[in-house]
Design a protein around this ligand. Structure first.
Ligand code: ADP
Ligand code: MG
Length: 722
């Protein structure tokens, strides 16, 4: 029972930082394992390289002949790095990353072996994807899914303990062309946004307009826990979070962890991780300690959304692998420890192109500023209209523990603009901006107003969706989530809003004295409908929770069970269908997959609660009670009077705990729900509460039972021992 915990504690004292080689300078290792354009330029003929470059930049299809040439070059390059296997890597509808490995080796009719890698193998793979949740999409047409190379995200070599593999970023779709993954809709959402953005820019008089695309920089928070201690906690290993654990005497109250000295073992881990990231061309930029003890953050520099999303998945994989090599377990769960800050993933998002630059950056010329206001207004409208969608794409059983708690954004979607920009949009709404228009002051006035101070101190940390000077930061995203879902939702709502704007801008331009006047009239209409979503105050306050709902008409959507059904609403289905991002059938399949995952994770936790109490916690309580009662009996026989308080408390608490456990077991046996929604509701409203009821008693026992007998590593051990 308790041996695992005691051994782990003893083990930690002997732990030393892993010996690592001195890292090579960045220019020696940067993107060394990536088959990027620079590599291709070296090993492809001029014409093949030109074709590839066009494909990478514009998404144009590659002809089969060139594909064969690229495949051969890719294979030779990979084999020179010791690679024997290749794998299409893809991103199913879960937050996971999936791989199907294959050898380059092919036997010929003489029984000899040759290595072979053709364009068709590169472009198309056929994994047996039957074990991936598909929300009944493939069931209906009884076909397997297949993967197809995404040449806009570079192939790379992944080194592991058992060798090196050539990884080929791919999409995953059904034979009938339906998206079974997160990459296809992300690419489609980018394309839809590009078309709508170009429409608006060309109405604004721009003549040269390059492809508009979205960018993403994700800040990843995570916990590191000693591997020995984690091994003694089945809940951490199987559910990714602690289902039990009394609050430690020393918690977060000292705030000495934030930016604190990074402990040596962690420092060595971070260097090793960054070394790997650099070799893979992932631009890791900052790392530091986070608010909670044992919590850290890593933020790569931003990249195009599609590549950033692939890199984010790789980063999560590498965090876990590298942690293991350094004697840690990396927890990406949103709330591994109750009473301690959770982990998020701030998704920084902007859109732009090579000719107009970042369209969410105010810019220098009057025209830049008008473009900026239109795009910013489009985002405001999007968040207001599709708030429930944004809530749905960040919904998971694990993120529910974090949202709305007093450290993370509320489960109400609002937009923070900062004082100056908020005032400007309110002036536009009131029509008072018109004063600037008179007397030709407009250009000067606007340029002045839009000179933002990019002071991070000005940022409102309590907002789920904040403008931060030249981008929006979606802060409510969970640490374990793929960034694709949020990016798809943001790109798509932006496309929809830009279409709405374009429809009004054309007539407004025709009837206005100046482009500025036309822009302000469109934005005034937009603001008259959507200004309620703008909020600069304290998002954690109970006053906001009340006012948002009662006065602003915004929705507070506390759980995944409440959030996911938004995917079935006519508004969301219409949005995705109009923009060509997802068909209703594809959205429905996503709803099924996400709902299933939600139900599954809560049921797994509930079963774990029953198991751990029955086989670990109750036995520990009984062992201690048995010692106590024997002592009490012996003492009584010698007429020594002893206090029986603790023994009674243990007995009472243990009984209460077992009653709560049988209630939970009973509930777990329920089935025959009318709908997936009803099943989700049952998990949210019934099972979660019952688990907490068990936990309350178990945590009470932790503070009563002899420390030497307690089987589970305690909070202070997991959070403070490194
Ligand atoms: P903070 O912690 O203050 O929010 P960081 O600098 O740590 O800021 O992280 C901000 C993230 O935003 C980084 O990944 C950064 O590359 C990214 N970022 C910066 N500018 C843009 C932009 N224009 N579009 C998208 N992401 C951006
Ligand atoms: Mg941030």
């Amino acid at each position: 029972g308790n041996q695992a915990r005691l051994n782990a504690i003893a083990g930690i004292t002997n732990r030393k930082p892993v010996d690592v080689e001195m890292p090579l300078p960045l220019n020696k290792i940067w993107a060394d394992d990536v088959f990027n354009l620079a590599t291709m330029e070296e090993c492809l003929s001029k014409s093949a390289f030109k074709a590839m470059k066009k494909t990478v930049h514009t998404g144009a299809e590659l002809d089969p002949g060139t594909a064969d040439i690229v495949a051969a070059a890719m294979k030779d390059w990979a084999m020179s790095k010791g690679v024997k296997f290749f794998s299409h890597i893809f991103y199913p509808m879960t937050n996971a990353t999936a791989e199907k490995h294959d050898g380059f080796i092919v036997t010929n009719s003489d029984g000899g072996a040759i290595t072979e890698f053709t364009g068709s193998l590169l472009i198309k793979g056929e994994p047996d994807g039957s074990s991936f949740p598909n929300g009944s999409l493939r069931m209906t047409n009884a076909a397997r899914g297949y993967t197809a190379w995404d040449p806009t995200s570079p192939a790379y070599v992944m080194h592991t303990d058992n060798g090196a593999t050539l990884m080929i970023p791919s999409v995953f779709l059904s034979w009938t062309g339906e998206a079974l993954d997160k990459k296809i809709p992300l690419m489609r959402s980018n394309a839809a946004m590009n078309i709508a953005a170009k429409k608006v820019l060309s109405l604004m008089g721009e003549t040269e307009i390059a492809t508009v695309s979205s960018s993403c920089g994700a800040e990843q928070e995570y916990f590191l826990i000693d591997a020995g201690l984690a091994a003694a906690r089945p809940d951490l290993l199987l559910a990714g979070r602690s289902l039990f654990g009394a609050s430690p005497a020393k918690g977060q109250q000292f705030d000495d962890q934030y930016f604190g000295a990074i402990p040596e073992r962690v420092q060595v881990f971070m260097q090793a991780l960054e070394d790997k990231l650099y070799r893979l061309g992932i631009p890791a930029k900052t790392h530091h300690n986070e608010v909670a003890p044992g919590q850290f953050e890593i933020a790569p520099y931003y990249e195009s959304a599609n590549v950033a999303s692939d890199h984010q998945q790789m980063l999560m994989t590498l965090l876990k692998i590298t942690a293991k090599q350094h004697g840690f377990v990396c927890l990406l769960h949103e709330k591994p420890f109750a009473g301690v800050n959770g982990s998020g993933k701030h998704v920084n998002w902007s859109v732009g192109n090579a000719t107009q630059g970042n369209l969410l950056d105010p810019g220098k010329t009057p025209n830049d500023n008008l473009n900026f206001l239109l795009f910013c207004g489009a985002v405001i409208r999007g968040v207001h209209l599709y708030g429930p969608l944004l809530r749905a794409v960040i919904a998971s059983a694990s993120n529910d523990h974090r949202l709305g708690a007093n450290e993370a954004p509320p489960a109400i979607l609002s937009v923070y603009l900062g004082d100056q920009l908020e005032k400007l949009f309110m002036d536009i709404k009131e029509g008072t901006i018109g004063e600037l228009l008179s007397g030709g002051m407009m250009d000067i006035g606007l340029a002045e107003i839009l000179k933002f101070e990019r002071d991070p101190g000005d940022r409102n940390r309590t907002s789920p969706f904040a403008f931060t000077g030249n981008r929006f930061e979606f802060r409510a995203v969970g640490s374990s989530a793929s960034v694709s879902g949020p990016l798809i939702a943001m790109n798509t709502m932006l496309a929809d809003s830009l279409d709405w704007i374009a429809d009004r801008l054309a007539p407004a331009l025709a009837s206005s004295a100046s482009p500025a006047e036309a822009v302000f009239s469109v934005l005034q209409e937009l603001m008259s409908e959507h200004s309620n979503v703008i909020f600069g105050g304290d998002g954690y306050s109970s006053e906001w929770h009340r006012a948002a709902v009662e006065e602003r008409g915004l929705q507070n959507i506390p759980t995944t069970a409440d959030a996911l059904p938004a995917l079935l609403s006519p508004e969301v289905q219409g949005l995705f269908e109009r923009t060509g991002v997802l068909s209703p059938k594809e959205v429905n399949s996503r709803y099924e997959v996400y709902a299933e995952q939600y139900i599954l994770s809560i049921e797994v936790e509930a079963k774990l609660v029953v198991d751990m109490v029955t086989t670990m916690i109750y036995p520990a309580a009984m062992a201690y009670l048995s010692t106590l009662t024997s002592t009490l009996v012996a003492a009584q026989s010698l007429s020594i009077s002893l206090d029986t308080g603790i023994a009674s408390s243990i007995a009472e608490t243990a009984n209460a705990m077992m009653t709560a456990v049988s209630t939970l077991s009973g509930a777990l046996a329920s089935h025959d729900f009318d709908s997936t929604e009803a099943h989700m509701k049952f998990c949210a409203d019934t099972l979660c509460g019952m688990m907490l009821a068990v936990r309350a008693e178990a945590d009470k026992l932790e503070s009563l039972v002899d420390d030497q007998l307690w089987p589970l590593p305690k909070y202070q051990e997991m959070l403070f021992m490194r």
